[in-house]
Design a protein. Structure first.
Length: 202
């Protein structure tokens, strides 16, 4: 299964980067690095979200929410891992209200989540942020709950999330803290880290 995802994403990688190989430059400034990180981060987050959402929707339509929960439990990480290998980067979905413990934010991610939460509370729309350190470019993008389907697994228990489905959630994720959301809430962030040297070769 993982090999299938890798092949799919590798084909997309070839299509999206094959026309950009003429520019080979290692001596670029921070502003250019940030632009490259935004472009590559947008592409990776969009491709990953598309792959997860399309497959999830298919499972929901064919087998229902209960099976979709099991699908996410088994397949979400392999899809993300495949992106990491194809693009030679670190890809993560982080949240302060985790379902999977592996999505717990590190210090930098936690600060970004707090900043995005303040933006939303003040009526502002949070956008992509780039943080550069000595050898990495860190890309962050908010994940906003924007579809009714999301509430079937992350909404109010007993209304949006049926009791029988919540039982499955607790069986798969005993420490789940990812329900009680409403549309427009911050579900988490995309956190993607690039080596500066890799970006400078784009």
């Amino acid at each position: 299964m993982k090999a299938t995802y890798q092949l799919f994403f590798f084909c997309i990688f070839l299509l999206t980067t094959g026309c950009n190989n003429e520019r080979k430059q290692t001596d670029i400034n921070d502003e250019e690095l940030e632009e490259l990180a935004v472009a590559r981060g947008d592409m990776i987050s969009q491709v990953t979200q598309m792959a997860l959402a399309s497959k999830l929707k298919e499972v929901v339509q064919e087998e229902g929410i209960a099976e979709a929960l099991k699908f996410c439990n088994v397949n979400a990480y392999p899809i993300v891992d495949s992106l990491e290998e194809v693009y030679n980067t670190q890809v993560k979905r982080a949240s302060s209200r985790t379902r999977n413990p592996g999505d717990k934010p590190n210090k930098m991610e936690g600060e970004i989540i707090e900043e995005y939460s303040r933006d939303l509370a003040e009526g502002n729309t949070p956008g992509v942020k780039i943080i550069l350190d000595d050898d990495k470019a860190h890309y962050f993008k908010p994940i906003i709950l924007s579809a009714e389907l999301c509430l079937k697994c992350h909404g109010q228990v007993g209304s949006d999330v049926l009791d029988e489905n919540y039982k499955i959630i607790k069986e798969l994720y005993p420490d789940d803290n990812a329900t009680g959301h409403k549309l427009g809430d911050l579900r988490g962030i995309w956190s993607i880290s690039f080596d500066k040297d890799d970006l400078s070769q784009d």
